[in-house]
Each structure stands twice: as C-alpha cells, then as structure tokens.
Design a protein around this ligand. Structure first.
Ligand code: SF4
Ligand code: SF4
Length: 414
C-alpha cells in the first residue's frame, strides 16, 4: 500500500485567536512547552522557511487534540506539530521509548512469566533501576500482565459458535485487552452474542499509537498498513472497545502517518456507538437485571472528545435502570499513553490530572468508567478508584440470557 502525505497542513487558516492555548493542558503546567499556537501554525511558518526553527520542546505535546477541538478555524494543530516532529526532530527514540512503544512485543515477552514480571516491577529496587537507567518514573505503577490472554480464551471458548450467528462483525481488541485486560474482550463477545452478533477476529497488530508518540514513525506506518489490509479483507463492520485505538486507526493513519485508510475508516467504530445505533434502528433489544445498582462517574478520554462519540456511551449507560451516572467535567487525565510513564513528564502528567483526581475523590463513586486503558491506569493509580471499560458495566448490568431471548431471531442456527 502506498504511503503518501495525506495530511492537511492548513496552518494558514489560523486566525490567531489563541483559544487553543487556553485549552492545552500541557501549557498550563509546563513552561518549557511553547503551546499549540506557537508550536503549531505559528512555528510552521518559520519551519517551512528554515528547519533551524524547529524546537525539540514540541516533544511535550501529548497529542490529546484538545486544541483542535477548541479551534474555531479547524486548524489541524496537533497534526501539524506531529508532522513537524516527524520531519525535523534530531532526537532518536531511546531504549526506554522503544520498550514503551513495543506493546505487542513486550506483552508477548512478559506473558509466559507474567506473575514474576508483575511482582518484580512493583519492588523498590526495580523501580529505582528503571528510574535511573531507563528514565521511567519510579512513582508510576504498571498494569499487570496476564498469563492467559483474550485470543486464547476466544479460541477455546467462543470461536466455534460465532459463525452460526446471522450477523457478523470484526472485533479489534487491541494490545491491552490481549495482554492486560482480557475481561474486556470476554465481555464484548458475551454482549454481542446476546444481541445476536457473531464475533470474528483478524490478525491485528497494535494500532501504533505508542509508536507515534515515541517517534517510531516507520514502524507505526508498517502496523497501519498491516491493519488496514487485514481489517478490510472480510468486509465486515469493525468494532473496538478502546477509544484511542479507534481514533488512531480512523484519523492518525492518514493525517500523521500518511497511510490511506479509506478501506476501513467508515466501517470502524466503537462498541457503544455500534450498539446505540442498532437500538436506534430497532434491530436489537436490551434486557437489564432488575437489581443492578452502581454509582458511576464517566471520564471522557481526550480522543473520545475528538471522536465526538461520548454521547453514545452516556446514552447507553443512561438506559441502565439502577445506574447513577455522573459525567465528569471534561479534562485530560495527564497520562496520554506512554507520556506519563516518562521521568521528564511524570510531574506534569500528575499536575494535569489533579483536578480530575480531586473531583473523583470528592464524588467517591463505586467506580469510574472510561473507554481508554491508559486513562484507567492513571486514574486507578492516582485515586485508588477502580476504572471499568463501559462494556464491562453493560455486560454486568444486562441479563444476558433475557437479552439473548429478546434477540432470538439472530441466534445461532443450531
Ligand atoms: S495536542 Fe494537546 S498537548 Fe498538544 S498542543 Fe494540542 S492541546 Fe496541547
Ligand atoms: S485556536 Fe485555531 S485559529 Fe485560534 S490561534 Fe489556535 S490554531 Fe489559530
């Protein structure tokens, strides 16, 4: 597949209103960062004249896209910043950056010895060594690896019956579901089967977002081309549970990596939007447990804001009779994938997330819900409150047998 510059470098649309700077979480806490207006459209004018004007402090951009959401002129600020990093930065990814970006590889290495890896990275000695040698901040906690991943569970317990469903979809599970949180994938399969949809898997690779963040552009583009190829092949709707994977494959592939994703973009969606639209069209029904009760706070991840799809999660969770939902004020948690792991970013990361952490602690919900796993890691570490993907809440709140009966027309032809 041809790689080309599909991005729109529309810096000339900037009307210099500075609203983007008001909404940038990094510029509020880090005086070294020039801010979206300076780093984006203003800086681009200079860089195009002479690459000498490239500023390595652009590395502090978290690519949260809050500036782009705020811009009244539709300037692709974060894309301009990341394209500049790709074109001009002289900094090369360090060993730390390669480890953090290699989510697939690290997951495969850690899996056979997961209990040992999980125990070792918790020890003060290991934390100090990672801090001083790799520059991974010693205050950071790590998500636990699992010995048994989602794919092996799927093959053993679910794969055989999937083709019997009348409707079929392709599930993009992502690295964290495979290596750290297989319960998310299990819940997805159970819910979709109860709705009468069979689940297929593709030979997917990591969406590449961590590679983009860490400057591994060529590797990220390779993953992008692979994913476009394998996900487009079956011609099925592609449904994911992670907002950042979804956003990356829909928008970053062409805008930052120059990879043509037109074969998958329109059929790639998030499970909350997918289910909501099926309900809206009268194609499926939900039956909830009468005794389900929970106080839940919804944290909208930055990339979910950019997708504009949080309305579907809110609407779906709002249908659960016993669920008391608080939608938290929109704000970045400060984690931004691998950003918050890095020693040079840790304090900024925690300062950015503090208003969110304080709010969650004040509300003290039974749990928080969010579609992003790295938001989950950050919030759990910083507040002590459990964070669940919305599909886990749905799977728990639904009476799956009653839901399956209500959608009987789509059940396996057994
Ligand atoms: S993407 Fe986020 S961190 Fe980067 S400039 Fe925009 S608002 Fe700031
Ligand atoms: S918000 Fe948009 S138009 Fe306003 S300064 Fe920033 S980039 Fe320019």
């Amino acid at each position: 597949m041809q790689e080309k510059n599909l991005s729109v470098n529309n810096f000339e649309q900037c009307i210099k209103c500075t609203i983007c700077t008001v909404y940038c979480p990094v510029v509020q806490v880090n005086p070294l960062y020039p801010g979206p207006k300076q780093a984006g459209p203003d800086g681009e004018r200079f860089r195009l004249k002479d690459p000498f004007f490239y500023d390595e402090n652009l590395k502090y951009c978290m690519n949260c896209k809050r500036c782009e959401n705020a811009c009244p002129s539709g300037v692709k600020i974060a894309d301009i910043i990341h394209s500049a990093r790709r074109r001009y930065s002289a900094a090369r990814p360090t060993l730390r950056d390669r480890i953090l970006a290699g989510t697939d590889f690290m997951g495969k290495m850690a899996r056979p010895v997961a209990p040992i890896v999980n125990a070792v990275v918790r020890t003060p000695v290991a934390k100090s060594a990672m801090d001083s040698v790799l520059k991974v901040d010693k205050h950071r906690t790590f998500p636990e690896y699992r010995m048994k991943g989602f794919i092996s569970w799927f093959k053993r317990n679910a794969a055989r019956e999937q083709s019997g469903y009348e409707n079929q979809l392709l599930f993009f599970h992502g690295c964290s579901t495979e290596f750290q949180h297989p319960e998310v994938g299990k819940a997805f399969v159970k819910v979709m089967n109860a709705l009468g949809w069979g689940v297929q898997l593709a030979d997917e690779k990591c969406c590449g977002v961590a590679m983009i963040s860490n400057g591994l552009w060529k590797q990220a583009a390779r993953h992008a081309r692979h994913n476009v190829k394998v996900l487009s092949k079956p011609g099925l709707p592609i449904v994911a549970t992670a907002s950042t994977c979804t956003f990356t494959m829909r928008d970053e592939y062409p805008d930052i990596l120059g990879v043509d994703n037109s074969a998958i973009r329109d059929s790639l969606t998030l499970v909350e939007k997918f289910i909501y639209e099926l309900l809206d069209e009268g194609k499926v029904k939900l039956a909830f447990k009468p005794d389900y009760k929970a106080r839940v706070a919804y944290h909208i991840p930055c990339h979910m804001e950019k997708l504009g799809w949080s309305i579907f999660t809110r609407a779906l969770l709002g249908m659960i009779p016993g669920l008391d939902l608080t939608v938290l004020e929109s704000g970045c948690c400060g984690m931004a994938g691998t950003y918050g792991f890095k020693k040079e970013n840790y304090n900024y990361s925690q300062a950015i997330g503090k208003p969110l952490f304080d709010k969650i602690k004040a509300i003290s919900p039974d749990f928080v819900t969010s579609e992003c796993d790295t938001c989950k890691w950050q919030i759990e570490m910083s507040t002590g409150v459990k964070v669940l993907n919305p599909i886990l809440i749905l799977a728990d709140a639904l009476d799956l047998e009653a839901t399956a009966r209500a959608n009987e027309k789509n059940r396996p032809n057994d």
